[in-house]
Design a protein around this ligand. Structure first.
Ligand code: SF4
Length: 461
């Protein structure tokens, strides 16, 4: 779960990158960073925390140049404390190709065996992130220019990668052959911009009616911008794609167009409509778990004719809290984030719509909270299939053991969350909501069919 942004040949490359990362903040909040280039050097500032907090005026002032790349990072479990700083990106190395800075969204399946082999060959690493092996392999390539070196290295790495690479002279963009993570190209006053999501283009455009989006970096494509000119080559072609369907269910912003310009809000609206057709129910109000369940709840309400209300209020300013009163407060953790409007919920039959159930504990607390507010029935509707398997391609989902649907039937889950009924959107309907292109999507969260394999399958280099 990371966001990447890049811009080539623009007088305001650094402020534009700051804004791009700001728009992509939902993709990662543990650390952030920007590398910029002025044609003779590459300058990098990165650290822990939100973009608005880390990038003070003085930090931004240390960056200069006409091209830049940036990264928002969501660190995985285990490296959240010390690792957040150490694993912040872009990662930079100096080698025979000059200075190379890399920002990566995704996860590599064969990272462990490659890293072990590199360490045996004497390589040292700055951090524990899988992304660094890409730089290490590029630096060790025998090819005599960086584009050839990258093309030499890519077939060796397996998994999900959307990459932005900056050198003194080039900005390079790459997407893995299955296109698992998104990466869009835009054009701003003749400069090329790259972003995980198009919502960043909307923030930096000059006029409201501008549309910066040109196209996606194609799966298996390497693009480089040199002296303002865009060059492109395909390094791989796959007969099928594996674009992450969870980007449309939950992860991306609804105001983004993700994967060939498909709008995320459109997908979620359709998920909600199809959910209402698949699991109809007699009820008084449709209430979303905000924010990501909102668009699907709207679709559900419109399709079912049941009134849409925002009667479960979300506190948007929740961060981790260490102050919990000693006296017992029922449902304390979930109440920090959500509060039902008792006067509007009392006596109602409620359809509660959310985008997913992972461990079930949060959903059970929400159902209890709504019942305690006076609802006479609580029906839960989920805008994707039961999540039965973890992601190995860059989304920090719980482990197989922690996922409730991995070990329980839908009837059992309904009892566990204490709902009156439970309905999940089927994979068939999810595919319809994504535009009916079944061979273009990864659904591994829901069917365990991992199109790029799993780390267990890559124990030998
Ligand atoms: S496993 Fe799930 S979250 Fe991961 S890429 Fe596939 S659909 Fe997306």
């Amino acid at each position: 779960m990371c966001g990447i942004f890049g811009i080539a040949n623009h007088v305001e490359a650094v402020p534009m990158s700051y804004l791009g990362l700001y728009a992509l903040q939902h993709r990662g909040q543990e650390s952030c960073g920007i590398s910029s280039s002025d044609g003779t050097g590459v300058y990098t500032q990165k650290g822990r925390g939100f973009v608005r907090d880390f990038f003070s005026e003085s930090v931004i002032g240390k960056l200069k140049g006409y091209s830049a790349i940036g990264h928002d990072r969501y660190s995985t479990a285990g490296d959240k404390e010390d690792g957040a700083e150490k694993n912040a990106q872009p990662i930079v190395v100096k080698c025979k190709f000059g200075t190379i800075s890399l920002a990566h969204n995704g996860n590599l399946n064969n990272f462990q065996p490659i890293r072990a082999a590199l360490e045996q060959a004497g390589a040292t690493f700055q951090c524990t992130s899988d992304s660094e092996i890409i730089l290490n392999l590029i630096a060790r390539s025998e090819k005599d220019n960086i584009i050839e070196a990258i093309k030499d290295v890519l077939p060796r790495i397996k998994g999900a990668y959307s990459l932005l690479i900056l050198t003194e002279k080039l900005l390079i963009a790459v997407r893995d052959p299955l296109g698992i993570r998104p990466l869009a190209i835009g054009q701003l006053n003749g400069s090329y911009v790259f972003s995980s999501e198009t919502c960043a283009f909307d923030l930096i455009k000059a006029e409201e009616d501008d549309d910066l989006y040109l196209r996606d970096v194609e799966p298996g494509e390497i693009i480089w911008v040199e002296n303002g000119e865009l060059h492109s080559e395909r390094f791989a072609r796959s007969p099928f794609l594996a674009q992450c369907s969870f980007e449309h269910v939950y992860f991306s912003r609804p105001d983004s167009d993700v994967f060939s310009g498909r709008n995320v809000a459109d997908s979620r609206d359709l998920m909600g409509r199809l959910l209402a057709r698949e699991h109809p129910i007699d009820a008084d109000i449709v209430v979303p778990v905000q924010a990501s369940g909102a668009q699907a709840a709207l679709g559900f309400a419109e399709e079912s004719g049941i009134r849409f209300t925002l009667d479960l209020i979300r506190n948007h300013y929740v961060a981790r809290t260490f102050i919990e009163p000693k006296t017992t407060i029922r449902h304390f953790g979930v109440k920090l984030k959500h509060n039902p409007i008792r006067k509007r919920i009392r006596g109602k039959r409620v359809v509660l719509v959310d985008d997913s159930i992972m461990r079930s504990t949060t959903m059970r607390k929400l159902v209890r909270l709504i019942r305690a507010a006076g609802a006479v029935e609580v029906h839960v509707r989920i805008s994707c299939p039961p999540t039965i398997s973890p992601c190995f391609y860059g989304v920090d989902t719980p482990t197989h053991e922690e996922l409730i649907a991995a070990t329980h039937s839908q009837e059992e889950i309904c009892k566990i969350i204490e709902a009156d009924s439970l309905g999940y959107l089927s994979q068939r309907y999810l595919t319809m909501a994504l535009g009916r292109r079944p061979k273009q999507w990864c659904f591994a969260c829901w069917d365990k069919n991992y199109p790029a394999g799993t780390p267990q399958e890559f124990q030998v280099v």
